[in-house]
Design a protein around this ligand. Structure first.
Ligand code: AMP
Length: 626
């Protein structure tokens, strides 16, 4: 089944709002332009369109929905939504837009994929004053990828508002260019906290006329060490402003921020359909690093699947894996931080319509990806924490279907399985690397299925008649039986490559033998080094060499600069375009620190990191000899 991009994102809503806000009948808010009379009486909170049962704890706005028009948006906004294929508001949009149009603060617990961007962007665009040239909306995001994505969404919604300017600002991009654009006048700024702070300090970002601040993926900002920066920004804002906080999870620190800075916020919780892992069969394969590619092709050969996503740790690995699969004849696409937004959308569309069956992606690039025909997720590299694992496997088993997830673990990584099992609340079964016999059986099964499908297929009558004429002629001329003829036709369908594999499989047995003797599952630990929880490891806890696939770097910032691991993670993740979780162990010493980063860092990224400043000190990153 393919899913149209026009379908609304789904989820179920749990909304808490004051009685005073429970049933607004009409509203024209101070934030709304004078000509916008918002009639909210025609809105209700309907159930989502997908198969997942909705859990709507409180119906907040009783009335009828008539798509986006019922929010009272201006025609240019409605036309833009129609042009990009939005027909019905998603549950979070139905719940949040009326509250935000009223000028309320809001706390939303929702993930990417629910339509949360439009939920805040649309009412904020509706309330903008095009005559005011200083920023009226500021969105803070944890990564530059998300900043670009959110800015692109704003631009597409504002396609018919020619005077409106949206600017993404993030570290690693040219500062002067950002200053020039800010000077020319910008109404919406979407940025990462560090760069936004830099502009505010330099006086190049004037927030005196700000109406709304959005904290997008607040928990991710916390994890990446940006929360002090976020609070600093919050402290500088005008006292009359709207604050909206979106977060996938609500750790106490985020709750504290919400209590401190938000004024009587409406609260909305969206339960995403991808979070139910009970429909997903989860297995793991123990495999040594150098044999992962061979194991992967064997898995793809033996598992008959519609669409497949393969998760790799770094951009470089996504490319290596994709090239190897392409060489084996697979139609493969790559989704990583280097893929531009428009290309990303084309890739997802190709995956949806079946032009491409295999996608190799990094965590960040595949965030929120919602494609029904994904029936297998391969975790080629183990994710850095259980949250990432849950997100990855949630890319399959969508829309009420079942799915499969296979995790590759090296013998040393087996000890982290327990933590993942606890996170999903169920065991992850052991699986062998498919042997030649398994693959051959699977190939025979697929051939049989193709033959059966061929018998049932309608076909084009004219062509069928011609084909059957050929068969009769060959039979007459050669005098062979119908069976012999059918066999020859089947061989033709198989093609010139041998149907059965006979490659070396002795390494598979060695792999399992080594695994059994070295790593009993009982001995495995809960967390892997490099997970966010271990970032605070100090120099006294000597750490040994970096994990496989990682490289150790030295940076010239340490305790004396009062640096915290989060500062390092946030700065490097943004500059290098990495997911914060893919940054490994950090050891902070008095005047320097050691950071483990994925191997294969491109030179331009390395040069960018040399000049990057953390706690006002250049990192001067170098490859560590410690
Ligand atoms: P988000 O959660 O904001 O990242 O949105 C997830 C995806 O859903 C994006 O591709 C949006 O363009 C799309 N989307 C958001 N709202 C709607 C809607 N009402 N109808 C159709 N697609 C939507």
């Amino acid at each position: 089944m393919t899913q149209s991009i026009c379908e609304s994102p789904s989820g179920s809503v749990d909304q808490r709002a004051d009685a005073a806000h429970d049933a607004p009948t009409s509203a024209s808010t101070s934030n709304s332009p004078a000509n916008l009379s918002v009639d909210l009486s025609a809105i209700d909170l309907p159930t989502p369109a997908d198969e997942t049962p909705a859990e709507v704890s409180t119906t907040v706005i009783p009335a009828r929905a008539e798509g986006f028009a019922s929010f009272g948006f201006a025609p240019e906004l409605l036309e833009a939504l129609t042009a990009i294929g939005y027909q019905e508001p998603s549950p979070i949009q139905k719940a949040a837009i009326p509250e935000l149009l009223l000028g309320r603060d809001l706390v939303g617990q929702a993930q990417t994929g629910t339509g949360k961007t439009a939920a805040f962007a649309l009412p904020m665009l509706a309330a903008l004053d095009p005559a005011q040239r200083t920023p009226q909306v500021l969105v803070l995001t944890p990564t530059r990828e998300l900043a670009i994505q959110v800015a692109d969404s704003f631009k597409s919604y504002a396609a018919n508002m020619p005077h409106l300017r949206v600017l993404p600002i993030y570290g690693g991009a040219d500062f002067r260019d950002q200053i020039a654009r800010l000077k020319r006048g910008v109404q919406v700024v979407v940025g990462t906290p560090g760069r936004v702070m830099d502009h505010m300090r330099q006086g190049t970002l004037d927030l005196s006329g700000l109406r709304s601040l959005v904290l997008d993926e607040a928990d991710e900002m916390l994890r990446m060490g940006f929360i002090d920066d976020v609070e600093w920004v919050l402290e500088q804002l005008p006292s009359q402003r709207q604050v909206v906080l979106f977060s996938a999870t609500m750790p106490p620190e985020i709750r504290r921020i919400s209590h401190k800075y938000l004024n009587d916020p409406a609260e909305i919780t969206i339960k995403t359909k991808g979070s139910d892992s009970s429909r997903i069969r989860q297995r793991f394969i123990t495999v040594n690093g150098p044999q992962k590619l061979e194991a992967l092709t064997r898995v793809l050969e033996s598992e008959t699947k519609e669409g497949v996503i393969i998760f790799a740790r770094t951009k470089a690995i996504t490319v290596t894996v994709a090239e190897a699969l392409e060489a084996k004849g697979y139609d493969v696409a790559v989704l990583n931080g280097d893929v531009a937004q428009n290309q990303r959308e084309r890739t997802i569309e190709r995956l949806k319509n079946g032009t491409v069956d295999v996608l190799v992606a990094t965590d960040v690039a595949a965030r929120g990806l919602d494609v029904d025909r994904i029936t297998l997720v391969v975790n080629y590299d183990i994710p850095f924490d259980s949250e990432a694992y849950v997100h990855r496997i949630g890319r399959t088993g969508r829309a009420g279907r079942t799915g499969d997830a296979i995790l590759f673990v090296t013998p040393r990584e087996r000890r982290f399985l327990g933590g993942l099992e606890r996170a999903v609340g169920r065991p992850i079964e052991a699986m062998e690397i498919p042997s030649n016999a398994t693959i051959n059986q699977s190939r025979l099964d697929r051939l049989r299925q193709r033959l059966c499908d061929g018998l049932e297929s309608e076909g084009r009558d004219e062509e069928k008649a011609l084909l059957s004429e050929i068969l009769q002629r060959v039979a007459q001329e050669s005098g062979v039986s119908a069976d012999q003829l059918a066999l020859a036709a089947l061989q033709l369908a198989v093609g010139p490559q041998p149907l059965l594999v006979q490659g070396d499989e002795s390494w598979i047995r060695q792999n399992s033998a080594g695994r059994d003797s070295r790593d009993s599952r009982d001995g495995r630990r809960q967390d892997r080094p490099g997970a966010a929880g271990q970032l605070r490891r100090g120099p006294r806890e000597q750490s040994g060499p970096p994990e496989s696939g990682m490289e150790r770097f030295r940076i010239e910032v340490g305790w004396r600069d009062r640096v915290k691991p989060g500062n390092i993670v946030g700065a490097i993740a943004n500059e290098a375009g990495l997911n914060g979780r893919s940054i490994g162990r950090i050891q902070i010493f008095d005047a320097h620190s050691l950071v483990d980063l994925p191997q294969g860092m491109p030179d331009d990224v390395f040069q960018g990191l040399r000049r990057l400043k953390v706690m006002n000190r250049e990192l001067q990153i170098s490859r560590s000899r410690d």
